[in-house]
Design a protein around this ligand. Structure first.
Ligand code: 7XF
Length: 402
């Protein structure tokens, strides 16, 4: 079957391997560590790459393969490599493409553990990093050295929702023969396909929207066949952050509803952002769906909508921010995002705690920033919960001031 160019159809059918034996509609789960060879010679041929076929699930698995081909099709890329976690994807993509003596340019604001990997872990192996504000592409060009190999960013950025111009990133990378890697976790291929702008490699935390049900940690890398084969045969095979087939199976199940889930996440988040922007207790809202946001101009060009994550600052002291979070009832206080449930967290003390305070402030991540992942509940209920908590905050401030 020729797979449709429509992402709704790809999310359900792309990469599907028909079950010739029993005709199962649902993807069979090959929950196996190893695969039996017909004879010793066949085993040797498979290891030598002379015969196609599965060997061992760290090296490949038929359930996992369907996930890889499905997400790659949705991203408009040739191939994919599924990983145990999103950090497994980020680390495999970087470790396969950098070596001692190389230099990487990263966005100064990225997810906290990606920052820790690039600034601390890679350094141990002699890989230098420069962190720049990538909303100003000229700063990227200025940071390029003779040994620069990779440009890495997320857009919109976790947690402050700054949008980065992917066309500018791809152009700089091509001009200087660098590899461009973009983390597309926040928008998913439903809302943004970085390959269209010339990005070389895409990484995801599949823990988030791709799976969408808060019951898996996983990741995926998408790129050319050559690039994915290189990553699989080096960083993934030998370091081993391979996905479990069961997790791949759950994500395949979640993916079928990704396009409709993203529609609802976006429409709910838009309403919530507009509500927050008008509220007296809210100092600033960061959501690219708002006309006041610096990234708004990219909607319709680079991204079809703004996604389901919002960051904001309250007209309040730090401890009052914690009070606001604690009064929420429908929201769960939890890190992660992209689940059916609305979640709230405090980046400075949670997801971005690997940064020192100084580094965090330099990266535009304020201590008072609150991040919410708007879930799939009725938007009236989500807004009512925020409203009641803001009302309690306002009351408390008045009592303290009296
Ligand atoms: O290894 P994970 O599946 O948790 O994914 C790591 C990761 C990679 N890229 C982005 C843009 C991410 O947001 C994440 C994980 N972020 C969670 C969060 O920000 O809530 C992690 C919770 S500590």
């Amino acid at each position: 079957m020729t797979i449709s160019k429509h992402i709704e159809t790809q999310a359900i059918h792309a990469g599907r391997i028909n079950d010739e034996q029993f005709g199962s509609l649902a993807t069979p789960l090959y929950q196996t560590s190893t695969f039996i060879f017909d004879n010793a010679e066949q085993g040797a041929r498979r290891f030598a790459g002379e015969e196609a076929g599965y060997i061992y699930s760290r090296l490949g698995n038929p359930t996992t393969r369907q996930l890889e081909m499905r997400v790659a099709a949705m991203e408009g890329m040739a191939d994919g490599a599924a990983t145990a976690t999103g950090m497994g994807a980020v680390s495999a993509a970087l470790l396969a493409n950098l070596q001692c003596g190389d230099h990487i340019i990263s966005s100064n604001a990225v997810y906290g553990c990606s920052y820790a990997l690039i600034s601390h872990m890679l350094k141990k192996f002699g890989i230098q990093a420069t962190f720049v504000d990538m909303s100003k592409p000229e700063l990227i060009e200025q940071a390029i050295q003779d040994n620069t190999k990779v440009i890495f960013c997320e857009t919109p950025i976790n947690p402050n929702l700054v949008v980065i111009d992917l066309t500018a990133i791809a152009q700089i990378a091509k001009k200087h023969q660098l590899l461009s890697i973009v983390d597309n976790t926040f928008l998913t291929p439903v809302l943004q396909q970085p390959a269209k702008f010339g990005i070389d490699l895409i990484v995801h935390s599949a823990t988030k929207y791709l799976n969408g049900h808060g019951d898996v940690v996983a990741g995926i890398i998408c790129g050319s066949e050559e690039m994915i084969s290189h990553i699989k045969n080096t960083a993934l095979k030998d370091i081993g952050a391979t996905i479990s087939p069961h997790d791949a199976w759950l994500i395949l199940r979640g993916l079928k509803t990704l396009p409709i889930r993203m529609e609802r996440h976006c429409s709910n988040a838009q309403k919530v952002a507009e509500f927050l922007e008008k509220h007296d207790e809210v100092r600033q809202v960061y959501y690219p769906g708002l006309a006041s946001h610096s990234g708004h101009k990219f909607i319709g060009k680079q991204m079809s909508a703004a996604g389901g994550v919002i960051a904001f600052e309250l007209e309040a002291k730090l401890n009052e921010g914690a009070f606001f979070i604690n009064q929420l009832k429908l929201f769960s206080i939890a890190v992660s995002l992209g689940d059916a449930e609305s979640l709230v967290q405090h980046p400075a003390s949670m997801t971005h705690s690997p940064y020192s305070q100084e580094e965090r402030l330099a990266a535009g991540i304020s201590d008072s920033l609150i991040r919410i992942s708007v879930g799939l509940e009725n938007s009236d209920d989500i807004i009512a919960d925020l409203k009641q908590s803001l009302a309690q905050l306002s009351k408390r401030k008045k009592i303290k001031a009296a």
